[in-house]
Design a protein. Structure first.
Length: 283
């Protein structure tokens, strides 16, 4: 629509410029006609435009038939009036060109404004749809894998991983009322309200920073996607709470954010690119 409107205004402008050139040409021919009359001669090459000039001169003569004798030459007022008429037409065309450009600017700005309003409405509707779909994602899972801390491998201290895991699970069950499941060499915890994930993360950070002789790789994944959880666990990111970009994106739609999400790397796994983020405490 905007392209058609622009072409219409461009066509009108070109027509007006054509008539403007025609008026300038007619003024020039009228001057030649006037010189021809003063010299009392006959220039046949003016015959092609005489019908137009004569019609204008006849109209001018109807306004004023007078003439003046100046240095032996008869100056008829109708020629001067005809020049005035052509000049008026010339400036009238200039006015129409200005009006055409002014209207084009108004129409273009109006169309741009309408398009901007429509785009804003569409973007708002799209954003609301995205917000609605994201907030509908409620379920999420957390997987934890443990191992003895590096320093204990070189000391004569026997770390009982099973005992440490029991203590960890007991603490998490007491704090979050969730029952762990064995999963991919670690433990799986399932939750059903992602909007409350901050309270879960608070406990997970306490686990992560505990003074136990084991360290933890904690992975978070929305929609209980166990396949992606296994891939996250295979990265062995101990000492961090990690997630994929889709989980990080979902976190943005939570009404409250006690933690921040930052990207820590991009990995290839089974010909699949994974963008890894981590939850961090806001300092």
């Amino acid at each position: 629509m905007q392209k058609l409107t622009s072409k219409s205004f461009e066509f009108t402008k070109n027509i007006l410029y054509f008539f403007k050139i025609l008026v300038i040409f007619s003024i020039l021919m009228l001057l030649f006609e006037w010189v021809e009359h003063l010299l009392n001669t006959n220039w046949t090459w003016l015959n092609f435009i005489r019908p137009l000039l004569n019609s204008i001169l006849n109209f001018s003569e109807s306004i004023n038939k007078n003439s003046i004798n100046l240095l032996g030459a008869i100056f008829e007022f109708k020629y001067g009036i005809a020049l005035i008429i052509f000049t008026i037409i010339y400036y009238a065309i200039n006015g129409l060109i200005f009006l055409n450009s002014f209207l084009e600017k108004i129409v273009t700005n109006t169309q741009t404004l309408c398009r901007k309003i429509e785009e804003e409405k569409f973007n708002k509707s799209l954003q609301e749809d995205i917000n609605k779909k994201q907030r509908q994602i409620k379920n999420f899972s957390i997987a934890i894998k443990t191992k003895a801390k590096q320093k204990y491998k070189y000391e004569e201290i026997n770390v009982d991983i099973n005992e440490q895991n029991l203590l960890m699970n007991k603490y998490i069950m007491e704090k979050l009322s969730v029952i762990p499941k064995e999963f991919n060499g670690g433990f799986l915890y399932e939750f059903h309200d992602f909007n409350q994930i901050d309270s879960v993360l608070e406990i997970m950070f306490k686990v992560l920073k505990s003074t136990t002789p084991i360290e933890y790789a904690i992975c978070v994944q929305i929609n209980n996607n166990y396949t992606l959880l296994e891939k996250l666990m295979s990265l062995d990111y101990y000492g961090k709470i990690i997630m994929l970009s889709e989980t990080s994106y979902r976190y943005e739609f939570n009404p409250i954010h006690k933690y921040e999400s930052t990207q820590i790397g991009i990995f290839q796994n089974d010909n699949q690119t994974m963008e890894i983020h981590e939850f961090k405490e806001i300092m």
